[in-house]
Design a protein around this ligand. Structure first.
Ligand SMILES: NC(=O)c1ccc[n+]([C@@H]2O[C@H](COP(=O)([O-])OP(=O)(O)OC[C@H]3O[C@@H](n4cnc5c(N)ncnc54)[C@H](O)[C@@H]3O)[C@@H](O)[C@H]2O)c1
Length: 276
């Protein structure tokens, strides 16, 4: 039996974190697109890792339970890396809420029931959640504590209250941060930790879709005018994940880490500030 890592989302960010933390582990790579899971699995196996691809959909509880059972065939799950998601240019409002908001909440809940003693998890949120104005304390609490099966019925998530796909994405990412806080309490009962990372623009296929999508100029302007003056790389996100998932992060749980080259700072107090 080995220590097992569950990686959901076979994209660049997920792979960078899995490569940083997954040596010596059995890594089960889940993705809705089997092609993506196969490609990442092959790259990692050719680099000395022990991975298996697995077709799954994080927006389905049944599918999440299936990948958990598959992973448990090899040992106890001691690491979770959730980097599955769809961006505002890739999907309609309903799909963004189902995958990024509901799916992440269910995954944290189900893995939290079985995570090994001393286990750790990270889920990828986004700077987008930091840009949206504060919600009311009641709304934050609803996102944090509403039972997963009732989340999508919340009034704040109904079509009349969601302006567009970007707003849906921002609500999903805000919810991720709140769920990480509430789940950290439960994971703590198993001496396990869970945190989120909120990246800015990281060059991956998902970001490239955004550069070529309706908000392409907005994104290009954003990295040009952020203090770092460039987009980030998945390996830089892995630097943060390494801190959070290693012994050095033993006192960090229920927290969210913004890594955006200063884009959020510039959005509030610098040249990226919206004109009106
Ligand atoms: N790239 C960025 O600039 C950026 C910025 C902020 C946040 N993020 C977040 O990082 C995460 C990973 O994004 P990435 O840039 O590595 O993208 P990516 O496109 O490289 O990878 C995302 C993967 O998730 C998979 N996926 C989509 N829906 C799924 C579902 N329902 N079930 C299982 N798998 C599914 C896709 O098939 C894809 O392989 C996402 O949550 C995204 O919102 C990315």
């Amino acid at each position: 039996m080995k220590n097992v890592m569950l990686l959901t989302g076979a994209g660049q960010i997920g792979m960078a974190i899995a490569r940083r933390m997954g040596h010596g582990m059995k890594i089960i790579i889940g993705d809705k697109n089997p092609q993506n899971a196969n490609v990442i699995s092959e790259i990692m196996n050719n680099a000395g890792f022990d991975t298996n691809p697995f077709e799954m959909d994080i927006s389905s509880r049944g599918s999440i339970l299936e990948i958990i059972s598959e992973a448990q065939k090899y040992g106890e799950i001691s690491m979770l890396v959730n980097a599955a998601g769809v961006s505002p240019s890739q999907a309609p409002i309903e799909a963004i809420l189902k995958v990024d908001l509901y799916g992440t909440a269910v995954l944290l809940e189900e893995v939290g029931k079985v995570i090994a003693k001393g286990g750790v998890g990270v889920t990828i949120s986004s700077q987008s959640g930091h840009r949206m104005p504060a919600l009311s304390p009641e709304e934050d609490e609803q996102l944090a504590l509403t039972p997963t099966e009732e989340l999508l019925a919340l009034d704040i998530l109904q079509p009349k209250n969601i302006r567009d796909t970007l707003h849906a994405y921002q609500m999903a990412k805000r919810c991720n941060e709140k769920r990480v806080m509430s789940e950290a309490v439960k994971w703590g009962e198993r001496e396990a930790r869970i945190n989120s990372i909120s990246p800015g623009i990281i060059v991956t296929p998902l970001a490239i879709d955004e550069f070529n999508g309706p908000r392409g100029d907005f994104y290009k302007n954003m990295f040009a005018k952020c203090p770092a003056g460039r987009p980030g790389t998945a390996d830089e996100v892995a630097n943060v994940a390494e801190l959070l998932m290693s012994e050095k992060g033993a006192f960090i749980t229920g927290s969210d880490f913004l890594i955006d080259g200063g884009a959020t700072a510039s959005y509030f107090y610098g040249p990226l500030r919206p004109k009106d």
